[in-house]
Ligand binder design. Structure first.
Ligand code: PAF
Length: 280
């Protein structure tokens, strides 16, 4: 695996790969790689001839009181995991300047109304920050395809929208959420959970599954949201939101053939968890 840490070396290497006609896939991450990330790399591997993974903890997507400083940094472990999967290139910028040398040039990247609902409502500016870094990485790489996890459904949706405008030839692949045996969606932030919370956390997904059953029986969205919220609160989750929408993140009308999605974010202690389930 070739490891590069400056924009200049990275761009040179990309040019070399392109001159050889390689099909390039890009897997942007913030490191602390778990099996969810590794599944993205595997999917990228199956769909391209060269896989590039990036590890960059993007300060623009963290709020003032969020965990930028304490976000887990495990670069040596990450490198050995990527080597095992035969990832071809790792770009791990050595400073923020290697990615953002002129943030003013990125002013036009706004997540818009669908970036200020759900998680965006609780994390103002978060998705603008995500779009700025992903756009910048796309611009540096011009990959043929890029892979993102469905666990961050709203993020994936907004990245797809942005890519459609600025990178129309780029294929975005949506990768299924990877869960523990108990159903907890893998996330780097799960490492913040203490022993007690690790036991409780899988109830998040189970409560959402049960909520979909409840909706199928009751056909009443408002009542089902109350039902899910009460069940989560019983188990010490602090509910940020529970929301039923279409997969276009539009208001849901029941009895339509549109794909539907239940999305939720909770806090367990200090740890934010998000999850979602698509259904018909
Ligand atoms: O999902 C993530 O890990 C990050 O939001 C991403 C897409 C790598 C951008 O920093």
């Amino acid at each position: 695996m070739i490891i590069l840490d400056t924009k200049k070396d990275y761009k040179n290497h990309i040019n070399l790969l392109k001159s050889r006609g390689e099909i390039i896939s890009l897997v942007p991450t913030m490191g602390n790689l778990h099996n969810g990330h590794l599944s993205l790399v595997k999917i990228a591997k199956q769909n391209s001839s060269k896989v590039i993974t990036t590890i960059f903890i993007n300060p623009l997507q963290f709020g003032k009181d969020e965990d930028f400083a304490s976000y887990p940094r495990t670069i040596n472990k990450d490198i050995s995991k990527l080597k095992k999967l035969n990832c071809d290139v790792l770009f791990v910028p050595k400073s923020q300047n290697e990615v953002f040398n002129n943030i003013d040039n990125l002013k036009h990247l706004k997540a818009g109304p669908k970036g200020s609902i759900l998680c965006g409502n609780f994390r103002p500016g978060h998705f603008d920050g995500v779009l700025k870094v992903v756009y910048t990485l796309f611009k540096l790489t011009y990959p043929d395809l890029s892979v993102f996890g469905l666990k961050d459904f709203q993020q994936l949706y907004l990245i797809k929208q942005m890519a459609k405008i600025y990178f129309p030839k780029l294929k975005i692949i949506s990768a299924p959420t990877i869960r523990t045996k108990n159903g907890l969606a893998l996330s780097s932030r799960n490492s913040y959970l203490d022993k007690e919370s690790i036991k409780t956390a899988p109830l998040f997904y189970r409560t959402l599954l049960d909520g979909i059953n409840n909706l199928n029986n009751s056909n009443n969205v408002e009542e089902t949201i109350k039902y899910i919220t009460a069940n989560l609160e019983k188990n010490r989750f602090i509910v940020n939101y529970v929301s039923f929408l279409t997969t276009e993140l539009e208001k849901l009308k029941l009895n339509t053939s549109e794909r539907k999605i239940l999305l939720s974010s909770v806090k367990l202690g200090q740890t934010r968890l998000i999850d979602n389930i698509e259904f018909n």
